[in-house]
Design a protein around this ligand. Structure first.
Ligand SMILES: [Fe+2]
Length: 496
């Protein structure tokens, strides 16, 4: 006789709850291969193997989806990223590391906690929700965290940010609108901090409701006060997961993942892949009215993350990771019933537009480092908006996933490849010191030990010699929630 977990998903009326063994059968299978974590943890003084730099002072924040409850069986084909946001932090100071994790107390989490069951249906499909949650935010805050104007902001691109306490991770505000400046219903998980002014520039797409083609742009100063706000109309409604900000411009790349109302009405997920539409690169001068954005069409490309972007006069350059195919095959082709499996890695693609050329009617694009295949492009975050030299990717090397650093000036690349059975998450760059040159410091991120029950380590690798492996490994005694993105905050920015 088989295990009851093989086939049963939790249903109202069942005694207690039970997650099926197969993550795909309860919807929102969690993170990092379907993990269900659910444990809020605290460890004062984690074990450290190796040498932690004595002057390293800051906090590595991260967040990812963690199912709070199994979904009913009709949502079995939901995507892996609809679990509730579970944030964690590693506070590193004076050679010690303290770890803490907390679910984000979103409106959704609180409603489900009170009901003791899942109340929200398919990914970004409010038509599948329990009627009792009408009017509540569907946001999970499970994608990225940023620290700005004294607030730790947790993001999910279908809803406004949630404010967390940067010391305790307790939820302070479950629907943050920058003091009313954010007028729409959404805010990106990938805002940018202007390296010169400290402004936080972000946007929301589908900002005027489900499948709307309206984008809201909001810039706030280092005190959180709005200093630029405008609206943009897209050529077509689509996923805008990331964007680019330079000193002079902002830019959006439209991708052929489009909101599909027919699929949603049938109880499916939010997006379908439709490569009958081209991609457009839209460029707007910062501070300008959104009506003045210029759209440049080009081949259909799916790019998800911005590595870096800068302007030289009227010429803008945007580097993103992306592919010519659907990188999120868990969103099916329009009209298809079911999704494909597996994620397609991308390449580093540079987009260039000369705004002074009034006859320009398309964007130019080229692949950089053709042998580097990967996802989740990052840079030294101090170079957001500026010309930059170094980029980082979670790449797929000869021995499996690895962290790759590319040098745009020399064309060289270096790699940290964990040992077999160890799977790295996205990494984050940590400067060696406040004024360290670009790219001089450490890559920090979680490595999951598959041979040890998925136990998690936080590793620190020196960018001067990635191949040498970790200078320090912060060892956890257990598995922790898988992450989507992470963010490093220097100690002198944090409250005491
Ligand atoms: Fe992202």
């Amino acid at each position: 006789m088989g295990d009851v977990r093989d086939s049963v998903a939790a249903t109202p009326g069942q005694t207690g709850i039970l997650f099926p063994k197969e993550p795909r059968t309860f919807g929102s299978g969690g993170s990092a291969g379907g993990g269900v974590n659910r444990v809020e943890a605290e460890i004062v003084d984690c074990e450290v193997e190796g040498i932690l730099p004595a002057d390293l002072d800051g906090t590595f924040f991260r967040v990812g989806p963690d199912p709070q409850y199994p979904k009913p069986p009709q949502f079995a084909h939901d995507i892996d990223f609809d679990g509730e946001g579970h944030a964690s932090m590693f506070r590193i100071k004076d050679g010690h590391v303290d770890f803490r994790s907390r679910f984000v107390r979103t409106q959704r989490w609180k409603a489900q906690r009170a009901a003791r069951r899942s109340l929200f249906g398919m990914y970004r499909n409010p038509m599948t929700d329990d009627p009792s949650v009408a009017g509540l935010s569907r946001g999970t805050a499970n994608t990225q965290v940023f620290f700005h104007h004294g607030k730790l902001l947790a993001f999910k691109e279908d809803s406004p940010p949630v404010v967390l306490d940067p010391t305790t991770l307790e939820t302070i505000d479950d629907y943050y609108t920058f003091g009313g400046a954010l007028q729409g219903e959404t805010y990106t998980a990938h805002p940018k901090i202007d390296s010169e002014t400290g402004d936080l520039i972000g946007f929301g797409y589908e900002a005027k409701g489900l499948a709307s083609d309206d984008v809201e742009v909001l810039s706030v100063d280092p005190q959180g006060k709005a200093n630029w706000h405008t609206w943009i109309k897209l050529p077509y409604a689509c996923m805008l997961h990331d964007f680019a900000v330079t000193q002079q411009h902002i830019a959006f790349l439209t991708i052929p993942l489009v909101p599909d109302l027919e699929r949603m009405k049938a109880g499916g997920v939010h997006f379908s892949w439709d490569d009958s539409v081209p991609s457009y690169l839209g460029v707007l001068r910062r501070g300008d009215d959104g009506a003045n954005i210029r759209w440049f069409p080009g081949p259909a490309l799916m790019c998800t993350h911005t590595m870096g972007a800068w302007s030289e006069g009227d010429v803008i350059h945007v580097d993103m990771d992306g592919a010519e195919v659907n990188q999120f095959p868990f969103f099916p082709v329009r009209g298809a019933q079911h999704a494909d499996e597996g994620m397609a890695p991308g390449q580093i693609r540079r987009f260039t537009v000369d705004l002074a050329d009034t006859t320009a009617n398309s964007f130019k694009t080229e692949v950089l480092f053709p042998d580097v295949m990967g996802v989740l492009a990052r840079q030294d975050d101090r170079y957001h908006t500026l010309p930059y030299r170094y980029g980082f990717m979670l790449a797929f090397g000869a021995t499996g996933p690895c962290w790759t650093m590319v040098d745009h000036h020399t064309g060289e690349k270096s790699v940290y490849a964990p040992p077999p059975g160890s799977v790295p998450s996205e990494m984050c760059f940590v400067p060696r010191s406040k004024d360290a040159p670009e790219g001089d410091g450490y890559l920090i991120g979680i490595v999951t030990r598959k041979m040890e029950g998925g136990r998690s380590d936080l590793v620190l690798v020196d960018t001067r010699d990635l191949a040498a492996g970790p200078v320090a490994t912060i060892k956890l005694p257990c598995r922790i929630v898988g992450q989507v993105h992470g963010f490093w905050v220097p100690g002198d920015s944090l409250p005491d």
